[in-house]
Design a binder for this molecule. Structure first.
Ligand code: ZN
Length: 299
């Protein structure tokens, strides 16, 4: 599933192709893309809109129009976007939508598993919609360890589950959560609210470093993710733990282990990331009344 580095890579590639261009013709051929709205209605609404900017929040790609409206694209599991000259893209049974721009080029949307969504929002709606669903941007200069600490202090869920909740921090999914926790030397099942201040700092740093590494290598292509020109990301070549069960930890040589955490396959180093027993994480959690872990949001 595309996470922050993959969506950011797509944004950087698409922005120069889209900014200043108008959506001349829009075809949405799969009703699941826009449901519950009629895809024809959404397509008609999009025609004539001129792109002002292509932004990103968490895993949302945000196409902002000069009218003030915005198209929110969420790639979910297998969505991807391609850009090419008109007619150049060829046939594709998994294509769900095509936007023809006023320079004659096409942006096509393919999605094998069909969980991805396109949502057109009116000018006043966009920021509220996104802010209700995703937390702070981890790669912003202003993102500090204290912001992460505030989000973890009442969470009894395992740190891995807390990181997958998009309201904790925007854009982290299964891959970069594991990579971040390995960098931080924190066990994925450690209760979020029992991490010491130093451990929270390490997780904060680990999240930023693993996401930056992903962006630098233009995301990770495990199956479906591709850049808008059809090429692949290379972050998977440098994973520290993700998908590496049985391979030696590059820090200590111990074989990487795989467990389940937050219902997801989770990779970690059993020597570097030790789960302390008996609530030895921090003395700060006993004063706050434990709250039931809130419903997770995996947008
Ligand atoms: Zn290790």
């Amino acid at each position: 599933m595309p996470e922050l580095p993959e969506v950011e890579t797509v944004r950087r590639r698409l922005a120069p192709a889209l900014e200043g261009r108008s959506f001349e013709r829009v075809e949405i051929t799969d009703p699941r893309v826009t449901r519950p709205l009629d895809p024809q209605d959404v397509a008609r609404e999009l025609e004539g809109e001129r792109v002002q900017a292509v932004d990103r929040r968490g895993k949302y790609l945000i196409v902002r129009f000069e009218s003030g409206r915005a198209l929110l694209i969420h790639l979910r599991m297998t969505g991807s976007l391609r850009h090419g000259n008109g007619g150049e893209l060829g046939e594709d049974p998994h294509r769900r939508a095509v936007v023809t721009l006023d320079d004659g080029s096409d942006v096509s949307y393919r999605d094998v598993r069909r969980f991805g969504t396109w949502l057109l929002l009116e000018p006043s709606e966009t920021d509220g919609y996104v802010d209700a669903r995703v937390g702070r941007e981890p790669l912003d200069d202003a993102y500090r360890a204290k912001h992460l600490a505030e989000r973890l202090e009442r969470r009894r869920a395992p740190i891995k589950a807390a990181l997958l909740d998009q309201r904790t921090v925007a854009g982290v999914g299964n891959i970069y959560a594991d990579e971040a926790l390995w960098r931080a030397k924190v066990h994925p099942l450690a209760p979020a609210n029992e991490l010491s201040p130093d451990e929270v700092k390490a997780v904060h740093k680990g999240v930023r470093e693993s996401l930056r590494a992903g962006v630098r290598r233009q995301g990770s292509t495990l199956r479906d993710y591709q850049l808008p020109d059809g090429s692949s990301g290379r972050a998977q070549e440098r994973f520290k733990v993700y998908g590496r069960a049985g391979r030696p930890c590059e820090r200590c040589g111990t074989p990487i282990d795989k467990i389940r955490a937050a219902g997801r396959g989770t990779w970690y180093c059993p020597s570097c990331q030790v789960l302390r027993s008996g609530g030895g994480y921090a003395a700060t959690s006993s004063s706050s009344r434990p709250s039931r872990s809130r419903r997770q949001s995996s947008v």
